[in-house]
Design a protein around this ligand. Structure first.
Ligand code: PLP
Length: 426
């Protein structure tokens, strides 16, 4: 008995959306293969956070306490939470956010999900697609390039419209994207705006002033402004420039425990107007009954005490900042003389490298680097929502610096060597 099928499998139109090339799937495949198979592959591609010893020691301690606490562990793994997520975690988080950020929120403003990716699937399909009366709406991404994981989450195709950035040069070999407010217009078919801050892939920290203008624009247009704070404030706070964490009832802030160090526990947090929270909870009930309980249980005490903010500020942020600086210095040394520029590292886990006039596409470069034992993410994947081909996007790659220093160093040396060969016509 084999598992072969006599007939070709037929899938629905919904299914066919997942049968072509999907950037985030390639990225996660690479990540899984690098971790389970060929350990010699330098993983500078995926978004796995670093295993920071002090943070991991804290997780271990919290787990031991959970096991010690009689009946608590059994409750956590043996019961479903409600669809909004564990209420005592939500109450503790609401208190913490009121104290730490001054946001005027209560438990009715918070829902837990099975990871931010899951939050975006729900939110984008709430605010885009077909509306009563027949109008089709889209999600406006005010600053391209944007997170690879957004593409394909729409239940109808083509739900994004993105706006190209203005490019500034704070230093000769450093560039920075700014929102191009002259090009940005909120048309009647815009259902919401969304921006990641810090931005994946560029590590850009959209400034407080730009955020203020985006908030006003969203407000006057009567649409929500979604801020993807997977790397941002108030935790894990992988932010290297001064910035303010903002929320108001017209905004949806998406947080996650993944980059705090717990991607395996799949915990996303949505902070929004109660009407949106109710919808997210109902959708969670339909898609998954409830969010997983372990992330909330393991971090409850850290949230209640505020320790999650201290760890983010005192341990996680300086750890990644030092890694960003090392990776930047190394790229600058090894690429000297080539027509490159690096996006000013404002936060997150990666550097965004622009290889000007590169004679091959970013996909070709990705394949050549893979063959040499280093994984990166090619830039074209991040051109979500652009109507036309953008050469700049195809001249960039995302280089993650979260892994051990030797892996990052070997990876960067291979990237520089291959890039030099390509420019030399090899
Ligand atoms: N948003 C951004 C910008 C990300 O980089 C990621 C993951 O890499 C996510 C959302 C999804 O995170 P989660 O693990 O919470 O689903």
């Amino acid at each position: 008995m084999g598992c072969g099928r006599k007939h070709k499998m037929n899938f629905s139109e919904f299914g066919s959306r997942f049968s072509g090339s999907i950037g985030i799937n390639e990225l996660m495949d690479d990540l899984g293969a690098a971790l389970s198979g060929d350990r010699s592959m330098r993983m500078l591609g995926g978004g796995n956070p670093a295993h920071i010893p002090a943070v991991q020691a804290c997780f271990r301690e919290r787990m031991a306490a959970l096991l010690e606490d009689k009946g608590r562990f059994e409750d956590v793994v043996g019961n479903y939470d409600g669809p909004q997520g564990a209420s005592r975690f939500i109450e503790a988080l609401s208190d913490l956010l009121r104290r730490d950020t001054g946001w005027d929120i209560g438990p009715e403003n918070i829902a837990l999900t099975n990871g931010s990716q899951n939050s975006f699937f729900m939110l984008f399909n709430l605010f885009s697609g077909r509306f009563p009366g027949g109008q089709e709406k889209r999600i406006l991404l005010p600053l391209s390039p944007e997170y690879i994981g957004y593409s394909h989450v729409g239940l109808t195709s083509d739900i994004f419209r993105a706006v190209l950035p203005k490019i500034a040069y704070p230093e000769d070999d450093l560039f920075k994207y700014h929102v191009d407010f002259e090009r940005l217009s909120v048309s009647r078919d815009t259902g919401a705006m969304c921006i990641s801050r810090p931005t994946n892939p560029s590590g850009n920290m959209v400034s407080d002033d730009e955020m203020q203008i985006l908030r006003e624009l969203a407000d006057t247009s009567g649409i929500p402004l979604v801020v993807d704070s997977a790397y941002g404030m108030p935790f894990p706070n992988i932010v290297f420039e001064p910035a303010r964490a903002v929320w108001d009832p017209g905004m949806v802030v998406c947080l996650s425990l993944s980059k705090f160090g717990l991607p395996g526990l799949r915990t996303g947090i949505v902070i929004a107007h109660p009407d949106i929270i109710r919808m997210v909870s109902r959708m969670t009930a339909v898609f998954s009954l409830a969010p997983g309980s372990m992330g909330a249980a393991l971090t409850y005490e850290l949230v209640r005490s505020g320790e999650i903010i201290r760890l983010s500020h005192d341990i996680i942020r300086p750890f990644y900042k030092a890694k960003a600086q090392r990776a930047l210095a190394m790229l600058r040394t090894l690429l000297e003389g080539l027509p490159y520029a690096i996006h000013q590292p404002g936060g997150a886990l990666f550097l965004w490298l622009w290889l000007k006039g590169l004679p091959v596409t970013s996909r070709d470069l990705y394949n050549r680097l893979k063959a040499r034992g280093v994984l990166v993410v090619p830039g074209h994947h991040f051109c979500v929502g652009l109507d036309e081909y953008w050469k700049h996007g195809d001249e960039c790659i995302r280089v993650t610096f979260a892994q051990d220093d030797t892996v990052v160093e070997e990876g960067i040396a291979l990237i520089a060597d291959e890039v030099r060969k390509i420019y030399a016509g090899g």
